[in-house]
Design a protein around this ligand. Structure first.
Ligand SMILES: Nc1ncnc2c1ncn2[C@@H]1O[C@H](COP(=O)(O)OP(=O)(O)O)[C@@H](O)[C@H]1O
Ligand SMILES: [Mg+2]
Length: 326
């Protein structure tokens, strides 16, 4: 699998009072850590741990932050040969101000080199052995990657490579446009969270959002946070809950959606159907909430499949009215 998207360190600042005080004041906080960030990087690490052969294509600068990320990826067995180094730009960085007791966080991001990756940068990585192409954080990259992405997905599919997309949040709040709809038409699996699904479709109910987005082409899997996930594949609705075997111990949901994505794609690559793959996604996503950050929990495929067996999944046929109208 090749994952395209965002690659940056996260500086996570933890404490009850993490609000900066201007006027050159110094405050002490509970902890500050430097961890693997970026939706695409977190997904790549999770996928590698699930046993997939995975490469990451993302743009970083020739600086310490970029070296940190390349080192972390390599240590996890992620192929970094498709990474793009931009010597004239800084590697993207994020600062997360986290108040765990209030279950809230504020995020500051500088994009730096990140939004410079183009479809042309990816061509060398579209090798003969590639089976799946995933794009994360579309809205952060759309200026450089958007033009030509629909065509790249179409070329991939013509070679038998399946495609998936997680747009994540649109900081500009413009959401879908003609260009993105053209990408969706060439997307096999779309994996937004609930709020993103509704913004992408312009609907205010998640079922309507799924119906509307899948009318553009993809099978749609919507992440519902602590409620699990919902999917539609044209014939049926599938609803998954959280794994019963998980137990208590929630730490944070950073990267949960990215770990979920890795689980879904790993499940599909193993030949599971959409409902089965969604259960693997819930297993890996939920497991990731039991350790700090997006890569603190380490889930291999055996553990993911075992946990997925305790995920309740119900499937119902899509009603006649819906089926006829499509
Ligand atoms: N509080 C939680 N407890 C257990 N599992 C969770 C929790 N929040 C999220 N998850 C798991 O992670 C998946 C993705 O989480 P979600 O927060 O919806 O995605 P995103 O990070 O993209 O917003 C969910 O489908 C679920 O399986
Ligand atoms: Mg997400």
């Amino acid at each position: 699998m090749l994952i395209v998207g965002d690659c940056n360190p996260d500086v996570v600042v933890v404490g009850d009072d993490v609000a900066p005080a201007f006027g050159q004041q110094e405050k002490l906080v509970d902890g500050i850590s430097l961890v693997t960030g970026g939706s695409a990087s977190i997904m790549a690490v999770a996928a590698a741990r699930l046993g997939l052969r995975v490469g990451l294509a993302a743009a970083v600068g020739a600086d310490a932050a970029g070296e940190f990320m390349l080192g972390r990826l390599a240590a996890e067995g992620v192929d970094t040969s498709a990474m793009v180094i931009r010597p004239d730009r800084a590697t993207a960085m994020t600062v997360v101000l986290s108040r765990p007791h209030a279950n809230d966080r504020a995020i500051l991001t500088a994009l730096g080199a990140m939004p410079t990756v183009t479809p042309a940068d990816l061509a060398p990585a579209m090798t003969a052995g590639l089976r799946h192409l995933h794009v994360s954080s579309y809205f952060l990259l759309q200026r450089s990657l958007g033009p030509g992405l629909a065509e790249l997905f179409a070329v991939a599919r013509s070679r038998g490579i399946t495609t998936s997309l997680d747009t994540n949040w649109d900081p500009a709040q413009r959401w879908s446009d003609e260009r993105l709809r053209a990408v969706l038409a060439e997307t096999d699996v779309l994996m937004p969270n609930e709020a993103e699904a509704m913004h992408l479709s312009g609907k205010d109910e998640v079922g309507d959002a799924v119906r509307s987005l899948s009318a553009d082409g993809p099978r749609v899997v919507v992440k519902l946070g602590s409620q699990g996930a919902l999917a539609a594949d044209g014939r049926s609705w599938h609803r998954a809950g959280l794994p019963a075997g998980l137990g208590p111990g929630f730490v944070d949901a950073i990267g949960a959606g990215d770990c979920f994505n890795a689980g879904v794609i790993a499940g599909l690559q193993r030949g599971l159907d959409l409902a089965g793959a969604m259960a693997v996604g819930c297993a890996v996503g939920s497991a990731s909430t039991r350790a700090a950050g997006g890569t603190g929990a380490r889930t291999d495929m055996a553990a993911a499949l075992a946990l997925a067996r305790s995920v309740p999944v119900s499937s119902v046929p899509i009603g006649g009215r819906v089926a006829r109208s499509r």
